[in-house]
Design a protein around this ligand. Structure first.
Ligand SMILES: [Zn+2]
Ligand SMILES: [Zn+2]
Length: 136
């Protein structure tokens, strides 16, 4: 996890990763998904390009290798903390929302230690894989 990501940048990276399974995203779609105007989406993309997480080609937006790794790291952190929250009695939807506000600030080491401490859970409360090479 990169501590310097902002919440907006995190949401943008996740939107790109989540929606690139079949076809790469385009700016208009990204703006719509994030409920922001295209110029704001471009600003976010420029930041993510600076971190070498994203590149654009012929109007298509794609994650780099580093970006894919960061995206998977975010999903792992997100789903692990969701699992923890739900185990503690918080309902799934609220856990998802609450965790989104800090999952991107967690260091990889902390996530890994928590993972071991929690007994290596395989799926989050929504049934999504927590630490799988092919996760989406
Ligand atoms: Zn969630
Ligand atoms: Zn989940």
């Amino acid at each position: 996890m990169t501590a310097e990501l902002t919440r907006r940048e995190r949401d943008c990276l996740i939107a790109i990763g989540d929606n690139s399974t079949n076809f790469p995203l385009r700016l208009v779609e990204l703006s719509r998904l994030m409920k922001i105007k295209p110029p704001s989406a471009i600003e976010l993309l420029k930041k993510l390009e600076k971190y070498n997480y994203v590149y654009r080609k012929d109007g298509m937006i794609m994650l780099t290798g580093d970006g894919t790794e960061e995206y998977h790291g975010l999903l792992t952190s997100h789903r692990l903390f969701e699992t923890l929250f739900v185990r503690m009695g918080i309902d799934e939807e609220r856990a998802c929302e609450a965790v989104s506000s800090f999952d991107f600030m967690m260091e990889k080491r902390t996530v890994n230690e928590l993972m071991v401490g929690m007994g290596m859970p395989r799926i989050c409360p929504h049934g999504k894989p927590i630490n799988d090479e092919n996760m989406h």
